[in-house]
Design a protein around this ligand. Structure first.
Ligand code: PLP
Length: 400
């Protein structure tokens, strides 16, 4: 059964217990219901279930594209963590972003988005939406006057991520939510970099939060997944019909991996942030580096805002290596422990060169406008001993 009573416990406890549905066998760990369909005791029960006519306290699963008990456990657990009214899981983070936007939009609508985005999010917003007659305005997310100037009566929804990928810009969530709501639009926030442990966009005024569960929620590099959180009305009336009928359902097996990931999310997010903070202390001012970007550093342009809206600065940092792309490549190729990969939020520390990987699709001008210089590398700090990471970084910097 859906255990909403766990909401009286603190977040770390909710991560372990919320949403659990025990079968009559009384299993300790959540069961994987690897089933596509469900059988009904009689024809009347099937008819009632399709009508949504359920006896009090009963859950009516119909087909795994619509819902599944293991997936429901994952949805309820993350909804309880963030005190969201409802959540709906998807097959990947991009399925979550796409559905969260598409389910709200029609031709003639207008969308405002921050420019600093994960590459596939910018493809949906800047390339796909205009194909369907949706007007799009891109703004510098940190500049509130640009948000104010961009919203208009036909603005239907707005999108941003903070901290942004890869330059870790911080956007004022409460202020942007106020601007967006002044024209009756909704605010969708991609909260992947902050993780649900360190930033609560719904509490700050966002209407919808999206996650790539592939990142910190799995946290061990195994499965793709995504999830969308919002009001009961948004999830049931707008989001659910869109995903039910278009099909980006999360596999029950992947949902089970994500459930197990949530049980250790608090420990991992804090330990990885401890590691990031230790590395930043060592790296700030190190030879071979022209800049260290981390929201927890006093030199970060939105340091005060980050301190106010995030519980901790997170597991991601960016380094500007001296000598541009050649220096960055020498640095990456000299690393032994930290591996080159565009994934993030993993137990293993991973480093990537955005100019030639995640952001290579952009023009050079667009990249430089976002602060993505040829020397920039993004580091996702894992769970290794920070001393080993520091030694690896030290020797790679010496090779620059
Ligand atoms: C990875 C990522 C996504 C996409 O998630 P997938 O699970 O890879 O589809 C979206 N937004 C951000 C910020 C991400 O890091």
């Amino acid at each position: 059964m859906n255990d909403t009573s766990t909401r009286r416990y603190r977040p770390r406890t909710r991560l372990i217990h919320a949403g659990q549905r025990r079968s009559r066998f009384g299993e300790t760990s959540e069961a994987i219901y690897l089933t596509q369909g469900f059988v009904y005791p009689d024809a009347e029960a099937a008819a009632a279930r399709f009508k949504g006519d359920l006896p009090e306290g009963e859950e009516g699963f119909i087909y795994a594209r619509y819902g599944n008990p293991t997936v429901a456990m994952f949805e309820d657990r993350i909804a309880a963590l963030e005190e969201a009214e409802a959540a709906f899981a998807t097959a990947s983070g991009m399925a979550a972003v796409n559905a969260a936007l598409m389910c709200q939009l029609k031709a003639g609508d207008h969308v405002v988005s921050a420019r600093a985005l994960f590459g596939s999010c910018s493809y949906i917003i800047e390339t796909l939406l205009p194909r369907f007659g949706i007007a799009v305005t891109m703004v510098d997310g940190t500049d509130l006057t640009q948000w104010q100037g961009a919203v208009r009566p036909e603005t239907r929804t707005c999108f941003l991520e903070t901290p942004s990928n890869p330059t870790l810009e911080i956007i004022d969530l409460a202020a942007v939510a106020g601007i967006v709501h002044s024209v009756g639009a909704t605010l969708v926030v991609d909260n992947v970099f902050a993780t649900p442990m360190f930033q609560r966009p719904l509490e700050l005024g966002a209407d919808i939060v999206v996650y790539s569960a592939t990142k910190h929620i799995d946290g061990q590099g195994r499965c793709l997944g995504g999830v969308v959180l919002g009001t009961e009305r948004f999830i049931r009336d707008e989001f659910e019909p869109y995903v039910k009928h278009t099909g980006p359902a999360l596999s029950p097996f992947n949902a089970w991996v994500m459930l197990k990931g949530l049980e250790t999310l608090a420990l991992r997010a804090h330990a990885q942030t401890d590691g990031a903070e230790a590395l930043v202390r060592w790296l700030d001012g190190a030879a071979g580096l022209s800049q260290v970007i981390y929201p927890g550093l006093a030199s970060h342009p939105q340091h005060d805002l980050a301190a106010a809206q995030m519980e901790r600065p997170g597991t991601m940092l960016a380094l500007e290596i001296a000598d541009g792309q050649a220096g960055a490549f020498r640095f990456l190729n000299a690393l032994r422990l930290i591996r080159i990969s565009n994934n993030l939020g993993d137990a293993k520390s991973l480093v990537t060169h955005p100019t030639t990987t995640t952001h290579q699709r952009l023009t050079e001008e667009a990249r430089l406008g976002l602060g993505i210089t040829p020397g920039l590398v993004r580091l996702s700090v894992g769970l290794e001993d920070p001393e080993d990471l520091r030694e690896d970084l030290d020797s790679a910097l010496a090779a620059v």
